[in-house]
Design a protein around this ligand. Structure first.
Ligand code: GLC
Length: 429
């Protein structure tokens, strides 16, 4: 107990699918949550967003409902992003939501709404803080090119900042009930000292403190400590295979991904993924033993825009019928290789294999290594039987579809079933 990687991931690897929420003042410029860095905006010039923050259409019950319907079982929300603005009523700063026109503790309202829908609660907390007066100006700070940078850095004290973080994290872990995940972001060690690492955050002390308050909480791996916490967090790419440690043991991991190319609300960004891409992505994560944390960036008025809702709806439509191939599932048993354009997931407890057909084939699909091992197979979207034949079957309609050795063959309808990615549920003997 007390170690960095000693949280409870038992529920996590079963639930598989969560919602990331990036919401803060950066939803107002609406051109990426790194806008302060990219445009090198000073505190003074960023103040206008604080002065006008007023999400009058905020209704977290709608977010929570959309998440639950999409099949998401937990969520992680930015309590503070790199800009430093706090979405809760923190005692340790004035730079917080309760001091804006809005005047309410929005974090509390989000937590209450998502809990009411049955989702587990995660907090993202940025280690980086471009607003805090003690946070030294480094290689990614908005003031990095200020001519008087050295002077501005005088008197800044990372020790005080580390204490500020401990105080804030304590608030977050004591005032909002049980928190299931704490997601720190991020360390950027540089040999020349221009970055920041575990020494700056006093990561060990921070972890110890966290574990003394909520021993079971899941911690991500971005605190720059050798023991990499509870979960690995590949970002904006999907690993090709299950992640393993040096001894070949499976690691718990969660990919964090976006619907379009930004985490915070970005009005003009156009690279929105199609429903098919979103669903493929979820399947790919689970088939490689990962979770998917899919991001939404609510607008500054507090709602999810139509593009985000469309993507969530795509998940909802698919998950309504196919969720059984996601929850409680992981990679296929060793040695089983999925056919071309297909992905397996596997529910070990039920000994059930799920075949996801990403590209609809013509009439047949051969499953290597499954001869004699399948008790029954059906489409998941409607529970209709999928006819199969064993390699020794005499029912060969034509030579080209003769069953290869040790494979069973499924007979498929010519028309793809009416679901974005059809899944065949295979009950193994
Ligand atoms: C990056 C970015 C950040 C985002 C995060 C999510 O590290 O700094 O904006 O919050 O990824 O994983």
């Amino acid at each position: 107990m007390g170690k960095y990687g000693s949280g409870n991931t038992e529920w996590f690897v079963k639930d598989r699918f969560g919602m990331f929420i990036h919401w803060g003042l950066y939803s107002m410029p609406a051109r990426h949550e790194w806008v302060r860095n990219r445009e090198m905006i000073s505190n003074e010039n960023y103040q206008k967003y604080f002065d006008h923050f007023n999400p009058d259409l905020f209704n977290p019950k709608e977010w929570a409902k959309a998440a639950r319907e999409a099949g998401m079982k937990y969520f992680v929300i930015t309590t503070k992003h790199h800009e430093g603005f706090c979405m809760w009523d923190s005692k340790y700063t004035d730079y917080k939501v309760t001091n804006t026109k809005c005047g309410r503790d929005l974090l509390r309202e989000v937590v209450d709404a998502f809990r009411a829908e049955g989702l587990k609660v995660g907090f993202y907390y940025s280690l980086i803080d471009w607003h805090h007066p003690d946070f030294t100006i480094d290689c990614i700070h908005p003031l990095r090119e200020a001519p008087n940078r050295e002077e501005l850095n005088k008197g800044r004290d990372m020790k005080r900042y580390a204490e500020y973080m401990r105080n804030q994290v304590t608030e977050l872990l004591t005032n909002y009930g049980k928190i299931d995940i704490l997601w720190f972001d991020f360390s950027y060690p540089r040999e020349d000292g221009s970055g920041k690492d575990h020494n700056d955050w006093e990561s060990e002390k921070l972890v110890k403190m966290i574990r003394s308050i909520q021993p079971e909480i899941i911690l991500d791996n971005r605190l720059d400590l050798p023991d990499e916490g509870d979960i690995r967090t590949p970002e904006q790419y999907v690993p090709d295979t299950p992640l393993k440690d040096d001894n070949g043991n499976l690691l718990v991991w969660e990919g964090c991904q976006t619907f379009s190319g930004s985490w915070g609300y970005h009005r003009d960004e156009q690279t929105w993924k199609s429903p098919k891409q979103c669903i493929d992505m979820l399947i790919n994560h689970v088939s490689r033993n990962g979770n998917l944390l899919m991001n939404v960036g609510p607008t500054s008025r507090g709602y999810l825009d139509h593009r985000a809702l469309n993507c969530l709806k795509a998940y909802a439509d698919w998950m309504k019928y196919n969720a059984r191939s996601i929850y409680n599932c992981g990679p296929a048993p060793d040695g089983l290789v999925a056919p071309t354009d297909c992905r397996y997931t596997y529910n070990k407890a039920e000994n059930t294999l799920y075949l996801h057909i990403l590209n609809w084939p013509f009439k047949h699909i051969h499953l290597a290594g499954l001869a004699g091992k399948v008790a029954y197979a059906q489409f998941l979207q409607d529970g209709s039987e999928v006819k199969m034949r064993e390699p020794d079957s005499s029912v060969h309609n034509n030579l080209n579809s003769a069953t290869p050795d040790a494979a069973i063959t499924f007979e498929l309808p010519v028309l793809k079933p009416n679901t974005e990615v059809p899944v065949i549920e295979i009950f193994l003997k």
